[in-house]
Design a protein around this ligand. Structure first.
Ligand code: S3P
Length: 434
């Protein structure tokens, strides 16, 4: 049986932080250097829409001692209103973060823009972005199903507002913040469940605690943003797949270096540790407002089944649920998830995607409106089993990891979609094989 051992220094840079660094750079006065930017398709889509909107974006590859190549990006802007009307539709491909967060910026520009995406993105809900931007005074037109194309007629006269987030979405929180930076006056964004807080940290926003565990994020309008460098740490959501590989395979031990350990992102490490996984955090330190550190993951044969239902936990681990479900099903013969209807609105309907693929692999699942459960030992078939990626990078990677553990040989449709967030996924796995 293959063991996975070694040290990884080439994890993709964090996708969420990289999107925000590029978008904030397009609003800043001066030259922004973003060190360690991802080659993943999603982050590249954000650079492309900025270029199409007249922003100067230069990428360079930097060879490091030891042979690793890192990408740096240099973005020049002249402040809040530097964007120009694009001659064509802005293509966001598979990237919901690009479409939603850039909409917040375009809503404040005095011209018309249209954002489109691939077949997966064109089906995702966009009313959640139109609603606050309309309240601020922008004109937003969506399809009759409230999906993209997103047509934005922006205005320089956006109004500030107090906006309570109807869903715990860091994308929506961020797009309101980006729009609010252009409004005259102070905007308050109220969230009742915490979501990733990179935008608040990167813009240095004031966050006030309110009764009932709510928080108010205060965004001052029309204050110049001065360009400053950003260093993007490793992506904890990408790390999750490699950690699962280490936990699931006998004799494995993997060290992941320089991973973002922001607590709004690492709920999955707590869940796994509580279930008995051998995971150690080392060398935790602060860099550029974010906590980063190293994660050691080793074979963990005596884990207990994962059960996820607390809404705050669901919001924290939302991107890691497919991998956690597959890991728990394979290692412990059980898994349960509730209060996660939001998972149906990701790059695919991740509830039905995971259930249908696990069923193909012989697991017995029950699907609910807001989650699913897996019970008993899967009767994993031997030989080749086709599973679907549903054009979703996280579904493809979750089942690529299952392939390394189960007897079945798993054929994943459209596995190239992994490049959305983790272009060197297979290369890293191969480098760990012993
Ligand atoms: C993200 C927020 C989450 C997450 C997505 C990235 C972000 O989406 O699922 O992968 O960078 O803000 P929602 O805001 O829709 O919850």
């Amino acid at each position: 049986m293959t063991q996975y051992k070694g040290e990884i220094r080439t994890l993709p840079p964090d996708k969420s932080i990289a999107h925000r660094a590029a978008l904030i750079a397009s609003l800043a006065e001066g030259t922004t250097e973003i060190m360690n930017f991802s080659a993943g398709f999603d982050n590249q889509s954000t650079l492309d829409v900025l270029r199409s909107s007249g922003i100067s974006v230069v990428q360079e590859s930097i060879a490091e001692p030891g042979g690793n190549v890192k990408r740096n990006v240099v973005i020049e802007s002249r402040g809040l209103w530097s964007l120009k009307k694009s001659a064509q539709n802005l293509m966001c491909n598979n990237s919901g973060s690009t479409m939603r967060m850039f909409s917040g910026i375009l809503a404040a520009q005095p011209f018309e823009s249209t954002l489109v995406g691939d077949s997966s993105l064109m089906k995702r809900p966009m009313l959640r972005i139109a609603d606050p931007l309309r309240q601020m005074g922008a004109t937003i037109e969506l399809s009759p199903e409230n999906t993209a194309p997103v047509l934005i007629r922006g205005t320089k006269d956006l109004r500030p507002l107090t906006y309570e987030l109807p869903v715990p979405s860091a994308q929506v929180k961020s797009l309101v913040a980006f729009a609010a930076l252009h409004a005259e006056g102070e905007t308050r964004i109220i969230e009742s469940l915490p979501s990733r807080n990179h935008t608040e940290l990167m813009l240095g926003l004031d966050v006030q605690e309110l009764p009932d565990s709510k928080r108010s994020i205060v965004v001052p309008g029309r204050r110049p943003i001065i360009a400053r460098p950003f260093l993007v740490p490793g992506d904890p959501s990408s790390a999750c797949f490699i950690i699962a590989l280490g936990l699931m395979n006998r004799g494995s031990e993997i060290m992941l270096r320089d991973v973002c350990l922001n607590p709004t992102r690492t709920g999955y490490l707590d869940l796994l540790q509580k279930a008995g996984a051998v995971i150690r955090i080392e060398n935790a330190r602060e860099t550029g407002g974010e906590t980063i550190g190293d994660i050691l993951a080793a074979y963990s044969p005596s884990m207990k089944p994962l059960s996820i239902s607390d809404p705050a936990t669901v919001a924290n681990v939302i991107d890691e649920i497919p991998m956690l479900a597959v890991l728990s099903a394979c290692m412990t013969e059980g898994f349960s998830l509730h209060n996660a209807a939001e998972l149906r609105a990701k790059e695919s309907d991740r509830i039905s995607a995971v259930v249908s693929n696990l069923e193909r692999l012989g697991f017995s699942c029950e699907e609910y409106a807001d989650g699913f459960s897996v019970s008993g030992k899967g009767m994993a078939p031997k030989g080749r089993v086709p599973v679907e990626s549903f054009h979703d990078h996280r579904i493809a990677m979750s089942f690529a990891i299952a392939d390394k553990v189960l007897a079945a040989e798993i054929d994943i449709s459209d596995a190239a979609i992994i490049g959305v967030s983790f272009p060197n996924f297979l290369e890293i796995i191969e480098s760990l094989e012993t």
